[in-house]
Design a binder for this molecule. Sequence first.
Ligand code: BEZ
Ligand code: FE2
Length: 411
Amino acid sequence: MKIITPSFILLSSGLVKNLSVAFDKEVVLVAPLKELLDRFKDAQTIECKADTVLMPGLVNPHVHLEFCANKADLQYGSFIPWLHSVIDKREELLSRCDTKLISQHLEQMLKGGTTAIGAISSYALDLKATATAAQKVRFFSEIIGSSPNMVDALYGDFVARLDESMGITREGFYSGVAIHSPYSVHPVLIKKALKLAKERDLLTTAHLLESRAEREWLKSSSGEFKPFFQKFLSQDRAVNDVDGFLKLFRGLPTLMTHANYANIDELKELSQEQHTLIHCPISNRLLGSKKLDLHKVQEAKVEWILASDGLSSNYTLDGFEQMRAALMMQDELELEPFALELLNGATIRAADALKLNCGAISTGRAADMLLLDISSNTEQILPSHIILHKYPILEVYIDGKAQLGESHGRS
Ligand code: BEZ
Ligand code: FE2
């Protein structure tokens, strides 16, 4: 057992002071120091330097690690030109991406405070790196393909990748199923993959209504996607409409990524079916999507969480940077309550959505925690301060184990 006494602790209800945390692999108790010392007489006390915050490790529920090699290869500003650039550069980007590069990015994410991820994997190129990462991982094997004559081959390849991921036995590694999107996956393929997900009790995720072009294509088989589908897939019609797609997920709470172009009825359906909306503010801005109406999302009582998406549509996988962007973009939401919502959307709610027992400094949760150096002797600290100030991370704990070598030091 260890006991740590930071200046402040970030709970899901807000920041508190004059409390300590007793933990081993899990958080055992949050209470005044004296009470913890009385109850846990053999505990090792960790001496923190002055002026620190202890907060839960960040959870990034949607990242495409296989696109880590991208910096300046892809075209930003609008979804369809971006998609064309992905198709043009995909082979090259994938050839530049290997286990070593992905592991480096995972390590950088760890130092930046991300202790759990949802990895969307198209080719299983990220399996080795995520299987050996320090972080907790929900590894979503993705299925894609709108051509009916490819269904069997694509399903076979998907099951092989899924089986491989389910063969990973390390603690903290879990499998899942990703359906790429309503425009890119044939309904027969979706049904087969979701049936398997149900049989194997696997968590599911999908992209949904990310762009205006997608909305138009699904509604009327027209718009910017039309020449795209004609050119690459010789298709004139969308394989799903929005309602039909959502019906396939009834009774299967799913992580739906983006949904910028979902209307109020669709948002209500997400809420009713207990789907979670994954918001990727930087990715949305770079690909020309309209800003997610978070007020409307909240009014419809849709649970939302925060993610980066991949480096194919972002300049960083850093969790604090995603919160900063959202805080600045969502200018109609009141600052401090929204800052706390963002912190919860990047920790406890994201962990719950990924079905991981972390994301909060609370009895029984995994002791996945960050110790921040706030470097100022202050009476009060606000949620926005934590998001904005790039406070140095002195230590990252996963399952109670110091990942940076307890370099915050004993004074
Ligand atoms: C497909 O494989 O059918 C597909 C892939 C990307 C975008 C659209 C369709
Ligand atoms: Fe994505």
